[in-house]
Design a protein around this ligand. Structure first.
Ligand code: TRP
Length: 467
């Protein structure tokens, strides 16, 4: 039977861990698009605007961009390099490149935990997005009155069966694409959807920028007020930089393991970073001018996207079409990101235990449904259940972005700079001597060894009030 032969083929591919036997991205462009697809997600359209709004606008953005360049990018290059060198899942890649007996694979193991925690709250928000895309079609979420849109959002997030239904729908949707594989599932899907996302975002941006009173929003994005910056705000900016570039938990090690031998890693990572920053800024330009034009609060936090955007669209001609477009594009962005999160445990389970891809995906999704439910219910049923003053949703979010990802990134840089060493880095980043990028590599190595680790440590300790 056809399925049996396919399954057998898959089983051998995980046994003989040869280069050509594992699934991988098929083209250089595919690598770039899938990696951008991982980086671009709810982080750009939901998290970036809500944190920027809560933390004072331009000054926060400046700190965030600095963290992206000095921390996020070096960690991403490190992860790609380790993944491609070892060509294994995150845990086993680290085990392979590290000296025998040293427990650097723990970074990958901690990353597995982060993957579940992130996916648990991410799938809740993605669930709201999918719900809004559908509700947009019936027009039931549109209203120019903020009180009404806010009530609409409240009635969705407090309805237990509704949030769980949408969360599970999202998990199944992601699972189906994951089962199709790296090239046929992830690469093909992101290649089709990412350009669409970009075009839709541009359209929404133009609409928002041409509203009366859009100027205040632009000013908010461009005029820094540094008085708002505290240790915890800087930590939030650094946490966002990790979250945005999907680094600190092994996603980029896993994706790096599917890269082509000829892929220029520093160049690819830089392009991903620039594309990701541009999408965030576009999302900011789509949202803030409208927020100011309609007199909404910028510091609404996680609900900003769901309360403001429907009101913005309700007040313009053809609004019901645009609101659907907007939430569809957000769903697209979320999909590429979720694929990359779920791929981490799936790659580990298939690589380590020779599990079939389909079974590994099902196991992962069941665990995610269990861990995700309390996050999805955090706004209704479980809103009074708090740990250290945070709901389950907030706790997952805070613990990953502000603690686990930075710690993962910190140890990864220490490993690359102080243990793996310049020789190995040079071999990996010149593609064994075929690229002449000596200056780039020396610069990268200097940053990853001397700049990123102390910076991450300082921001972490200060932001968590340890010093
Ligand atoms: N970068 C994605 C976003 O901005 C989220 C994401 C995908 C992620 N993979 C990750 C975050 C791995 C942290 C780690 O939406």
């Amino acid at each position: 039977m056809a399925t049996t032969t396919k399954e057998q083929a898959q089983a051998t591919s995980t046994e003989e861990r040869g280069l050509n036997k594992r699934d991988a991205f098929a083209t250089g462009l595919g690598v770039l698009v899938a990696t951008i697809g991982s980086a671009v997600g709810l982080g750009n359209i939901w998290k970036f605007p809500s944190l920027t709004g809560q933390n004072g606008g331009a000054a926060f953005i400046i700190v965030y961009v600095l963290c992206t360049v000095l921390v996020g990018l070096p960690v991403m290059i490190s992860e790609h390099m380790i993944g491609r060198t070892a060509r294994k899942d995150a845990v086993n890649s680290l085990r392979e490149v590290a000296p025998k007996g040293q427990p650097w694979w723990l970074i990958g193991a901690a990353g597995g935990l982060s993957a579940f925690l992130i996916m648990a709250f991410y799938s809740s928000v993605a669930g709201w997005v999918f719900a809004y895309a559908f509700k947009g079609i019936t027009g039931s979420i549109l209203s120019t009155d903020p009180a009404v849109t806010s009530q609409n959002f409240g009635s969705l997030t407090t309805s237990s069966w509704e949030v769980l239904f949408w969360q599970w729908l999202v998990l199944v949707w992601v699972g189906v694409i994951i089962v199709m594989g790296v090239a046929k599932g992830i690469e093909r899907t992101t290649k089709r959807l990412m350009p669409l996302l970009f075009v839709l975002l541009l359209i929404v941006c133009i609409r928002s920028l041409t509203l009366d009173g859009a100027g205040d929003g632009i000013e908010f994005l461009l005029k820094p007020d540094f008085s708002k910056l505290t240790g915890s705000v800087v930590l939030a900016a650094m946490g966002l930089a990790f979250f945005k570039l999907s680094v600190g938990m092994g996603t980029m090690i896993t994706y790096g393991s599917y890269f082509k031998d000829e892929q220029n890693i520093p160049m690819t990572a830089t392009k991903v970073m620039l594309a990701d920053l541009s999408i965030s800024l576009l999302a900011g330009l789509a949202i803030f001018p409208a927020v100011f034009a309609f007199g909404f609060n910028v510091d609404a936090g996680p609900s900003l996207l769901f309360i403001t955007i429907p009101a913005v669209f309700a007040s313009m001609p053809g609004g019901s079409v645009f609101v659907v477009l907007f939430f569809v594009l957000t769903a697209i962005a979320a999909t590429g990101a979720m694929l990359s999160i779920v791929e981490v445990p799936v790659a580990y389970l298939t690589g380590q235990f020779n599990m079939q891809r389909r079974n590994a995906t099902i196991l992962t999704l069941v665990l995610l449904a269990i861990m995700g439910a309390p996050a999805a219910l955090s706004f209704g049923e479980l809103s009074d259940f708090t740990i250290a003053g945070k709901t389950v949703f907030d706790l997952y979010d805070y613990a990953t972005s502000n603690v686990l990802l930075p710690i993962g990134g910190l140890f990864l840089c220490i490993f690359v700079g102080w243990v793996w060493g310049f020789g190995a880095v040079e071999r990996a980043l010149t593609n064994r001597g075929t690229l002449s990028n000596a200056r780039t590599i020396r610069f990268f190595f200097m940053v990853v060894k001397y700049i990123t680790p102390p910076l991450v440590l300082l921001v972490l300790l200060d932001g968590l009030n340890v010093i």
